[in-house]
Design a protein around this ligand. Sequence first.
Ligand SMILES: Nc1ncnc2c1ncn2[C@@H]1O[C@H](COP(=O)(O)OP(=O)(O)O)[C@@H](O)[C@H]1O
Ligand SMILES: [Mg+2]
Length: 341
Amino acid sequence: MTDRTSSSHTSPCWDDGLRSSLDPQRTTDRDVRCPATHPLDVFPLGASIPGGYRVLERVGSGGMSVVYRGWDASLDRPVAIRVARSDRRQGGWRARFVQESRRAATIRHPNVSEVLHLGYVGDVPFVVMDLAEGGDLRQWIHTEGTMPNLDDAFPILRGLCHGLQAIHDAKLVHRDIKPENVLLSERGTPMIADFGLCWDLTKPPELLPNDIEGTPAYLAPEVITNSVLWELAPRIDIYALGIIAFELLTGSLPFSSQPRARYGLLQAHVYETPASPSSINPSLGFAFDRLFGQVLAKSALMRFASPLEFLLALENARTRHAPKTIRPARERRFWEPTLAK
Ligand SMILES: Nc1ncnc2c1ncn2[C@@H]1O[C@H](COP(=O)(O)OP(=O)(O)O)[C@@H](O)[C@H]1O
Ligand SMILES: [Mg+2]
């Protein structure tokens, strides 16, 4: 598993301040002689960092962080180590990184990526998490191609709904639900990660930024028009969950039949009606069209009230449209109905 998301940034990386602040007991000669060679690298590969962790290989990166496969020497197991990118550290980043990690750590649920440890190399914080051996859901979608297999997609959707429900139950709004932020365990269990934009609903409303935060393809209309109602804020995530479900069940995005500029995409979220999923994937029935009409409703008020309510509707739509097959009479017992699922 190597990083597929890195870009060609020419930022400073393993700076002298960081290097000298490493615990000398743990720093090997190799770490000092072999600085990182990739512009995104914050830690040199092979470095030992406080807490008994060794940095092995870069497995991912996003807009804010770099993630490494690491080794936990004390428990003798692989872990993931996440650290802020050195070229994205603007005012207050340290406090935000710590706050985000603490918020993520409040949730213990099999479908939410678990934060195991918050440590520092000098004054640079890093978090240690469970390593997602299955990569992220974006990579899964690439491998799966455009012909989705519903039997594979449904367990992922189910896990996502449960994970998001746990996040909302903890009074948090994730605000960046998208396939890149859904990690998969070796067995394919989805785990929601990256709480970088998360809102805490127990705190006074956070000032809405002038800039639109989030990823254009997954942005709810009220985020784009800057008209979020604080009490309906979790429905921002439900909209994004609906877009992922659309993607998993049809193999395409509801508003991206052609490559669009960012502005066109934002306009589409606010004004356009998405394609009906059954017209893209005929194995989905009309019940799915109704369901997506509701989860992608322009008004947050009209959307499903919770991820579990959405899951229930998904399961109902699937049951209603599961292909019915008639088993030959000799295979049937006298008490069974004629139609078997
Ligand atoms: N625990 C993990 N195990 C394996 N890969 C991970 C893990 N956490 C993140 N990644 C990979 O790194 C990428 C970026 O991580 P993320 O936390 O989303 O950073 P950012 O805040 O920059 O978006 C993810 O999209 C995923 O591919
Ligand atoms: Mg991310």
